[in-house]
Design a binder for this molecule. Structure first.
Ligand code: SAM
Length: 231
């Protein structure tokens, strides 16, 4: 399958294995991943965030319940929330998730905003686990006719070494461990060149302080994200 499908399948496999109850997808775009995750019955809360509200509005009703959801209800209801907002902003409704996914998002940020993203995801949202994918620049010479970045909207593309340096620093700062993997590979080349899309799977090792664990108590805080869909 194409690499974008393999990225989503990677997340779905992680969900099947780890059974997170609350999952939030950052840069959810046209909600392709959320529409797949919706059918995983262990999930109780699914959320999506994108800076582009039109892309969400065009598709959000596709996440509405379908007749079979009523005919064969799961053990618990599923809540889906879609927000317009930037991943460099802290919104209390993004705290307390078991899994944060950020699939081909960070390379769309200005490089100087990446530190803010890192702080927001690992320091503020502080999920149990996070899956972060981004293009692997080391793989680019293998892509035919590519000059420059893979997409005109990419502000940077990291080599394996750059991605790993960023990820390990985030782990040291915020108390996570990371495993490096990816999707899209040329047989026998994974060691030297790596994958087409590199993926970091992060797990929190530090327990949260009481203050940062507080949930539901959101009245005092700013809510920078705009809720577009709640079903
Ligand atoms: N994650 C999706 C997937 O796996 O197919 C699509 C990723 S798309 C290449 C990048 C998305 O990130 C776009 O929908 C874009 O609007 C969104 N984005 C860019 N900057 C953002 C920001 N600061 N906050 C939230 N979303 C952002």
């Amino acid at each position: 399958p194409p690499v974008y499908i393999q990225r989503h399948e990677f997340v779905v496999d992680f969900v099947k294995k780890n059974k997170p109850k609350k999952v939030i997808d950052l840069g959810c775009s046209n909600c392709t991943l959320l529409r797949k995750l919706k059918f995983h019955r262990e999930i109780e809360v699914l959320a999506g965030v994108d800076i582009d509200s039109d892309v969400i509005r065009n598709i959000m009703y596709a996440l509405a319940p379908i007749p079979s959801d009523y005919l064969q209800p799961g053990d618990h209801p599923l809540t889906i929330n879609l927000y317009q907002g930037s991943v460099t902003d802290r919104d209390p409704r993004t705290k307390g998730f078991d899994l944060v996914t950020s699939i081909e998002l960070i390379e769309h940020l200005q490089l100087e905003d990446v530190d803010m993203f890192t702080e927001v995801v690992f320091g503020y949202m502080a999920p149990v686990a996070a899956i972060i994918s981004t293009p692997n620049a080391d793989f680019n010479p293998l892509l035919p006719r590519l000059t420059g970045f893979r997409h005109p909207q990419h502000r940077f593309e990291w080599t394996k070494a750059e991605f790993q340096t960023w990820a390990l620093k985030a782990c040291r700062e915020f108390g996570y461990v990371v495993e490096f993997t990816g999707v899209g590979q040329i047989q026998g080349q994974e060691e030297s060149i790596g994958f087409c899309s590199q993926i970091g799977v992060f797990q929190r090792v530090r327990s949260l302080s009481d203050a940062s664990c507080r949930q539901g108590d959101v009245t005092e805080e700013r809510l920078p994200y705009r809720l577009l869909y709640d079903v």
